[in-house]
Design a protein around this ligand. Sequence first.
Ligand code: NAD
Length: 390
Amino acid sequence: MAERSYDFLMPSVNFFGPGVISKLGDRAKMLGMKKPVIVTDKFLEGMKDGAVQQSLKSLDAAGVDYVIYNNVEPNPKIRNIKEVKKLYEDSGADSIITIGGGSAHDTGKGAGIILTNGDDITKLAGIETLDKALPPLIAVNTTAGTGSELTRHAVITNEETHLKFVVVSWRNIPLVSFNDPTLMLDVPKGLTAATGMDAFVQSIEPYVSVDHNPITDSQCIEAIKLIETSLREAVANGHNLEARTKMVEAEMLAGMAFNNANLGYVHAMAHQLGGQYDAPHGVCCALLLPYVEEYNIIACPERFAELAKIMGENTDGLSTRDAAELSIKAMKQMSQDVGIPASIKEIGAKPEDFELMAENALKDGNAFSNPRKGTKEDIIKIFQAAYDAK
Ligand code: NAD
């Protein structure tokens, strides 16, 4: 790895901390946005003094006009990005502001992609497939989380084939991101747990990825420590601003890490569960994590032994293999503590779907950086282990 060269992607401007949302209007104006499409959902739009209302207040104060698309769905579908494109064109909009979690950001990115790179987004699945810049895009983030507000990934579901696919390009990175933890104080327990587990997985997969480097390692280590000390508290006491702030710092670090070191089989397989059963992404990731990483241990046992220490396990006197196993135990404990169910049965998974999902997982853009190269049969066994889990 020492001889390898790599490029390192960072989003350009990121506003972070309690109260930063008030700067949205000025920043939009500074970027020359005259009429953005606001991409969000009805629930967030209706939240009293929530992220959407505070964003609109700031845009109004800066004299920035806008139109609102409020139909974002979880696991955003191709129909959603087409609807945003139509509204953008019909209303004479010139830019996009996404307000929400990963689904809102990916809907905005997906619409931006088809506005400038051609209508059939399924042809653009893969890595660095985009030739043209997206319209200017600001992401106001409300979950901690996916990191989508600062990543080069857009995850879209084809509602006809139930396939969830990824378009990965530096052109997808929003120009500006906002992460204001005061907007996350009312995120319900279940969503806090699911999104927090997504951030946890996004700190672990880049750490053991074949593409990791010293910069991404340091981001993953800090993100895992922050999650270890704040996710349980954020779930138990959502109004603890310090815990929410630490979770935002963690998800940003994880986002930067996987933007560069990529992910692995947890995400490649979670996309199949999400596409097939329309299940929450963070829950899918959490359910698969220990079983994928148990499979991965033999590829890099030292990295897993380090992970155990980072997660606060006592590895003194243990063999590398035994220390590595402790990291899996810590992953299961975290999931259990925050209330994630034990088995993929709970989200409707069916063994008869495993073969097709395994085939598709191996083609997912996240599969290529997994530390151990698997066969279809290996992936089926991992799905089965996550199904049999109690
Ligand atoms: P989400 O965006 O799907 O939101 C889930 C629900 O939470 C929605 O109903 C929304 O209304 C609600 N919500 C959002 N913010 C809230 C708040 N502050 N208070 C109360 N409710 C709130 O959830 P998510 O986990 O952030 O995003 C998941 C999506 O992101 C999946 O499609 C996943 O594949 C994708 N993803 C993308 C990337 C990327 O880099 N592009 C990375 C990981 C995951």
